[in-house]
Design a protein around this ligand. Structure first.
Ligand SMILES: NC(=O)c1ccc[n+]([C@@H]2O[C@H](COP(=O)([O-])OP(=O)(O)OC[C@H]3O[C@@H](n4cnc5c(N)ncnc54)[C@H](O)[C@@H]3O)[C@@H](O)[C@H]2O)c1
Length: 260
């Protein structure tokens, strides 16, 4: 359940990519509750419009984050519609379970393109606009899978490790311009991304139905929630985190903390 937010982002504009549902929608809602003017953005124009309509004052601008021109245009349209850009959250991401030895190159490239190219392009085009606005914050979506090899989602884990490294480079390059760049690294969260793949995971891991849930209970206590991730993003977006830069913020119920 979302808590009332202090209005820490009044007067700020925030873009969240891939925010028609799931964690992205929770982030957009949270930033709006904190006073930001939010731009909801996703692949599908109708879904983008529908999600934006649920958030007071939000704009909806569709964008495929794999496409450079669309990301450039997303930033330009945001500045034209709201006057400035202060916060960028490159949240769009995909994952589809497959062992490496039967993974199509096309599937590998699509995960890299959405997760890594999409994050690069968001930083590439948002940063100049944020600098022009006097500074701000970029919060990327890493994952606990960035910290270790992850069977069945090797492409996804590799893309997220790269996102975390990219975040650190951006933090250093943009520090002189008053732009902080940090990453959240969630454990497994109960969104479509995870729940749609449970049966695949169970059959590929050779565990009985319900085995994935039991594994999650054992490794991280429970599934995380979208709201918990959104709260961490809000912290990194506003001035409470003013000395965090290049920080990979793990929120995973302890998954990465223990071998057993
Ligand atoms: N769910 C988890 O356990 C988990 C854990 C760690 C990190 N994450 C990350 O959180 C982010 C959000 O994931 P989620 O769990 O909400 O997934 P989700 O599948 O529910 O939502 C992802 C959103 O991204 C959009 N999207 C996909 N391809 C896109 C593209 N090319 N351009 C623009 N939008 C696109 C989808 O339409 C969808 O709305 C992702 O970056 C994901 O990797 C999720």
């Amino acid at each position: 359940m979302s808590q009332p937010q202090p209005q820490t982002l009044t007067g700020k504009t925030a873009v969240v990519t891939g925010s028609a549902r799931g964690i992205g929608f929770a982030i957009a809602s949270k930033l709006a509750e904190a006073g930001a003017t939010v731009v909801v953005s996703d692949l599908d124009a109708a879904a983008t419009k529908e999600a934006a309509a649920k958030i007071p004052g939000a704009h909806g601008i569709p964008c495929d984050v794999r496409d450079e021109e669309q990301v450039k245009s997303l930033v330009e349209q945001t500045v034209a519609a709201t006057g400035a850009l202060h916060i960028m959250v490159p949240n769009a991401g995909v994952a589809k379970a497959s062992p490496l030895t039967s993974m199509d190159l096309a599937a590998w490239r699509n995960v890299m393109s959405v997760n890594l190219d999409g994050t690069f392009l968001a930083i590439r085009y948002a940063a100049p606009a944020i600098i022009a606005a006097g500074g701000g914050s970029i919060v990327t979506l890493g994952s606990v899978t960035a910290t270790a090899g992850t069977p069945l989602i090797g492409h996804y884990a590799a893309s997220k490790a790269a996102v975390v490294n990219l975040t650190k480079t951006a933090a250093t390059e943009l520090r002189p311009h008053n732009v902080r760049v940090n990453a959240v690294l969630p454990g497994f969260v109960g969104t479509h991304m995870v729940l749609d793949e449970v049966e695949n995971f169970e059959s590929m891991l050779g565990v009985p139905a319900g085995g994935f849930g039991a594994l999650m209970d054992q490794k991280q206590g429970r599934l995380g929630t979208e709201d918990e991730v959104a709260e961490a993003v809000l912290f990194l977006a506003d001035e409470r985190s003013s000395f965090c830069n290049g920080t990979p913020l793990l929120l995973d119920g302890g998954l990465a903390a223990s071998l057993f």
